[in-house]
Ligand binder design. Structure first.
Ligand code: F6P
Length: 548
């Protein structure tokens, strides 16, 4: 591991100290006062870039807060770190890798060097092969083993090899080929596979085994069951596998050991992190659903946001603003979570997708040089589409004791307008942000003639921060811009915290322990257990319950 560029520890940077002092000054200021003092606040604290409009005025900030946050970004070396990422430096220090998801959406004529080699031609070569394959499947030219055309696509993968594909499929369903059925299998719980395939005809089914490493327990177990299911349905002829399985991976050796012809493999590279891979060949199911042109539109949207992030000044830079506001809310206002609330039913899996992107990236406790941090890192991201959440957990956001910053996401146009639905949806998203910010005072409640004893129950303190992200409509390009916005916001936060946003060692321990426990559960004779007394006891009880 090479030595990271060193900056002063975060809490010793002068902007951090200034923010600490500034917070003391403004911590009791209410959004009501901030809006009353500046009638233009709702226009001023907005920014627009790459087709997205961000209203961040309902955050508990002043001009001074913002300027000091920009100073913090500068003192943290944001510009240099961003450039290092875009130019292929090995900024993933613990794994010695470049971090180049931006190369996946670079135009054909771009040049991005990794170890002196331009990676852009390879990216486009894979995209071209994917396009050719997608056309053959979508047109029915690609036939299954029995000569029938493919009607069902099952993506098998987990984490970044699942969440991006399933989120993008759901998000872009409006544009998808409705003659094809798409399913996504991730969990090692066999129910996932059984339910995904129970009504499918093997002769018409294509499996995409998506795994960067091609070693992941869940994916390899599901891929094995898929092969058994296919062969059982097609009379056991192993050569059927070639017509019904393709692989997306960086590991050609393992793909071929599994029995998939590497001619049917779509590759990517170690400089693409799993959670940053939905626009690599991992997006093959997305391309099959929306077609190669739609997929290129998605990539173009990503690229537009990349350019915006790379070139827009800090004060107009959407990912920078969102990243810094998360720092402010987390470090100074003590927020522990961020709720992501899309008012767009097609984005129902977007919060789940963001959970991996944000928390696997920034859920870290040491800085790049291995010192333990003395501040919080990644908040917990969660969410549900509106308006459904309004009738369940919004109560806590409005009147609970915790501060929960919200990202509201909405689109001006419905993809399939239906009566008055869209205006109602939009009225709700705007109302929620307004209610959270301004609340309702005891005087207002009383003035409505409320019984005195009920007044405290009906008071809304307000002063709850939110961002509102507005876009025209949910197109493939808009989705690309939105995902890239969060990718880069995560990057900005990682730079401020001086952590490695691109490794994920925290997932390893549980994986290794499971490998040790599997034979203990399956052993025909009682195993000699050497765990703690709780784990030993649970293993024994499970064995007894299953009749081992
Ligand atoms: O367990 C975490 C993880 O390594 C993720 O980072 C990754 O997206 C997922 O597992 C799946 O990995 P793979 O694509 O190699 O199967």
């Amino acid at each position: 591991m090479s030595t990271p560029t060193s900056f002063k520890p975060l809490t010793r940077r002068s902007a951090w100290k200034a923010l600490t002092a500034h917070h003391k000054k403004i911590k009791d200021v209410h959004l009501r006062d901030l809006f009353a003092e500046d009638p233009k606040r709702g226009q001023r604290f907005t920014a627009e870039g790459s087709g997205l409009f961000l209203d961040y005025s309902k955050n508990r900030i002043t001009d001074e807060t913002l300027q000091t946050l920009f100073q913090l970004a500068e003192e943290s070396g944001l510009a240099a770190r961003r450039e290092a990422m875009f130019t292929g430096e090995k900024i993933n220090l613990t794994e010695g890798r470049a971090v180049l998801h931006v190369a996946l959406r670079a135009p054909r004529d771009a040049t991005i060097l990794v170890d002196g080699k331009n990676v852009v031609p390879e990216v486009h070569a894979v995209l071209d092969r994917m396009s050719e394959f997608a056309e053959r499947v979508r047109s029915g030219k690609w036939k299954g083993h029995t000569g029938k055309r493919i009607r069902n696509i099952v993506n098998i993968g987990i984490g970044g090899s699942d969440l991006g594909p399933v989120m993008a499929y759901e998000a872009l369903r409006h544009y998808s080929e409705r003659g094809l059925t798409f399913r996504f299998v991730s969990n090692v719980d066999g129910i996932d596979f059984v339910e995904a395939t129970h009504d499918l005809n093997p002769a018409e089914t294509l499996f995409i085994v998506s795994s960067k490493t091609f070693t992941t327990l869940e994916t390899m177990t599901n891929a094995g069951s898929a092969r058994d299911w296919l062969l059982a349905g097609l009379g056991g002829e192993t050569k059927a596998v070639a017509k019904h399985f393709v692989a997306v991976s960086t590991n050609a050796e393992k793909v071929s050991a599994f029995g998939i012809d590497t001619a049917n493999m779509f590759g990517f590279w170690d400089w693409v992190g799993g959670r940053y891979s939905m626009d690599s060949a991992i997006g093959l199911s997305t391309m099959l659903a929306i077609g190669p042109d739609g997929f290129r539109e998605l990539l173009a949207g990503f690229h537009e946001m990349d350019e915006h992030f790379r070139t827009a000044p800090l004060e107009r830079n959407l990912p920078v603003l969102m990243g810094l506001l998360t720092i402010w809310n987390t470090e100074f206002l003590g927020a522990e979570t961020v709720a992501v609330l899309p008012y767009e039913q097609y984005l129902k899996r977007f919060p789940a997708y963001l959970q991996q992107l944000t928390m696997e990236s920034n859920g870290k406790h040491v800085t790049l040089d291995g010192s333990t941090v003395d501040y919080q890192t990644c908040p917990i991201f969660w969410g549900e589409p509106g308006t459904n959440g309004q009738h369940s957990f919004y109560q806590l956001i409005h009147q609970g004791t915790r501060l929960i910053p919200c990202d509201f996401i909405a689109f001006a146009h419905a993809l399939t307008p239906l009566g008055r639905h869209h205006d109602m949806l939009m009225a709700n998203v705007l109302a929620q942000a307004e209610a959270l910010a301004f609340g309702k005072t005891a005087e207002q409640v009383q003035a409505e003639g409320t019984e005195l004893a009920l007044v405290p129950h009906r008071v809304f303190a307000g002063n709850r921060p939110s961002n509102t992200i507005l876009a025209d409509k949910l197109t493939p390009a808009a989705l690309g811009r939105l995902v890239a916005l969060y990718e880069h916001s995560v990057f900005v936060q990682g730079v401020i915290w001086n952590i490695n946003s691109f490794d994920q060692w925290g997932v390893e321990l549980g994986k290794a322990l499971a490998q040790r426990i599997i034979p203990e559960l399956e052993s025909p004779t009682p195993p000699r257990l050497k765990h703690d007394s709780s784990t030993n006891n649970l293993i024994k009880r499970y064995r007894k319950m299953k009749g081992a």
